[in-house]
Design a protein around this ligand. Structure first.
Ligand SMILES: [Zn+2]
Ligand SMILES: [Zn+2]
Length: 63
């Protein structure tokens, strides 16, 4: 589908995913590069395993 488009722009930096580690915001469901939001792949996996919601900087600000 359209979500697989390698040219689609994501994240606060508005860049393609480039096959880098991405994390999904549990509020707005946008995808962000781990490096742009300070989340490593290990941290993402850990949060997923523990069922911890991750919120992007935009959603954190909005709250
Ligand atoms: Zn980014
Ligand atoms: Zn968000």
């Amino acid at each position: 589908g359209d979500d697989d488009d390698p040219n689609k722009l994501w994240c606060i930096c508005r860049q393609p995913h480039n096959n880098r580690f991405m994390i999904c915001c549990d509020l707005c469901e946008d995808w962000f590069h781990g490096t742009c939001v300070g989340v490593t792949k290990a941290m993402g996996t850990d949060m997923e395993n523990k069922g911890i919601d991750w919120k992007c900087p935009k959603c954190v600000k909005r709250q």
